[in-house]
Design a protein around this ligand. Structure first.
Ligand code: AMP
Length: 401
């Protein structure tokens, strides 16, 4: 699979619609708290500005509820403001997504002008992959660019139906999309070894397929976070009230068996930080996993586990990390995740961080600049790791006959 690159298209002076992923976190006052996704889109936007394109930017934001479309909290207006300050350029903010007035405005844009459409999900046609909605979007541009890796696993109109309105040579991936896909592809196909995957987070279920695929590729698999307890339970440990997915115990066993067959080294926590309830206002204990009291729960990995995981990472050449080691949002249970972030950041390996929470951990730990690559797409990167062809990637890929 090879993506069409924006560089292969003749875009000079053309009307270009760029599908971006501006789904950034905001605080309760509507202020953007992390603008990484906006910054990541700038190279493609600047490339189009330099070529005198008439630029229409489109993105989704949050999950507006049916009937609550147009709610101010989901508006992209704050993104327009941030773009203006980053690009030092006026941004025309559309009042809606595909209203007649907006389509007319798109047609009046001059070279170098930028118009940002309102939240694509204000229109129910976006999530239902509606072809009429896609046609109205398509009417605003001659060229379609997908730079929204984080949304490319979804069969939504701006990702899937829209590019069908553009023939070969009129659609391509933007720089960010290209970078993300190439990175994951290379890492999976030809990783420098030892290749170690560190997987954590709350549930096995969300990452099961990715783990099934990863176990075939990696040299070591390190498991932390809530999901570790399903594996520990599969091994017969008493895990108290810790998070567990009973229905996945068999799958967990199969992954461990497969690891054994392939001689993939498999690491689980050897000690945990346990608490009587899911709160950081209770006394905690540091215990070996053999000693978890029946009515307590494990909320972070313990100090012995940190040392073990550090040892395991020692010889890594490639590290993929997805999922925190504990409930990092609470101070008391954040150490395992922060330590993991530091170990990975300090390593000499190529390091790839995927998933919103994991990116958040590296940010809070101050390790962002030390990572080789932080993916903007959590769900999308997991689906790539599962070996799936993402709808948004397929739509701008070269057809090999
Ligand atoms: P995920 O979305 O599956 O990557 O999970 C991320 C979430 O997992 C974070 O919000 C963590 O608080 C949570 N998490 C990590 N470890 C645990 C644990 N031991 N028990 C409960 N939740 C956890």
């Amino acid at each position: 699979m090879q993506l069409y690159s924006i560089k292969e298209l003749d875009i000079d002076g053309k009307r270009v619609l760029i599908r971006c992923d501006f789904n950034v976190p905001k605080d309760e006052f509507g202020n953007i708290t992390d603008d990484r996704r906006i910054r990541a889109a700038l190279p493609t936007i600047r490339y189009c500005i330099d070529r005198d394109c008439k630029i229409v930017l489109a993105s989704h934001f949050g999950r507006p509820k049916p009937g609550a479309w147009n709610e101010e909290k989901d508006s992209l207006k704050p993104v327009a403001k941030r773009l203006k300050s980053l690009l030092k350029k006026e941004i025309i903010m559309a009042d809606n997504v595909v209203g007649d007035d907006t389509i007319a405005k798109a047609k009046e844009l001059e070279g170098g002008d930028i118009m940002l459409l309102e939240n694509l999900r204000y229109n129910p046609g976006e999530t239902s992959n509606d072809s009429e909605f896609a046609a109205r979007l398509a009417s605003m541009a001659d060229i379609y660019i997908n730079d929204a890796f984080g949304a490319s696993h979804r069969k939504h109109a701006s990702i899937f139906a829209l590019p069908e309105h553009f023939s070969e040579g009129k659609k391509a991936a933007g720089f960010l999309m290209q970078k993300e896909v190439t990175f994951f592809d290379k890492m999976i196909q030809k990783p420098s070894r030892p290749f170690i995957a560190v997987v954590g987070g709350s549930k096995v279920s969300g990452k099961l397929e990715a783990m099934v695929n990863l176990v075939e590729k990696v040299d070591k698999l390190v498991i932390g976070g809530g999901m570790a307890f399903t594996f520990l339970k599969a091994l017969g440990y008493e895990i108290g009230n810790s998070l567990v997915e009973e229905d996945l115990i068999d799958d967990a066993t199969k992954i461990m068996q497969r690891a054994k067959e392939l001689n993939v080294k498999f690491y689980l926590p050897v000690d945990v930080v346990v608490a009587p309830e899911f709160s950081d206002e209770v006394p905690v204990k540091f215990l070996p996993i053999q000693e978890i009291p029946s009515d307590w729960m494990g909320l972070d990995v313990g100090p012995a586990t940190n040392r073990l995981f550090r040892e395991a990472l020692n010889d890594a050449q490639t590290i993929l990390w997805n999922g925190p080691m504990g409930v990092y949002e609470m101070d008391k249970y954040s150490k395992g995740s922060f330590m993991m972030s530091h170990y990975i950041a300090e390593s000499h390996a190529t390091t790839i961080v995927g998933g919103g929470d994991t990116a958040d951990v590296t940010q809070r730990a101050g390790d962002v600049d030390e990572m080789t690559f932080i993916s903007t797409g959590g769900g999308a990167s997991l689906e790539l790791l599962e070996g799936k062809l993402l709808p948004g990637v397929e739509a701008v890929s070269k057809k090999i006959s």
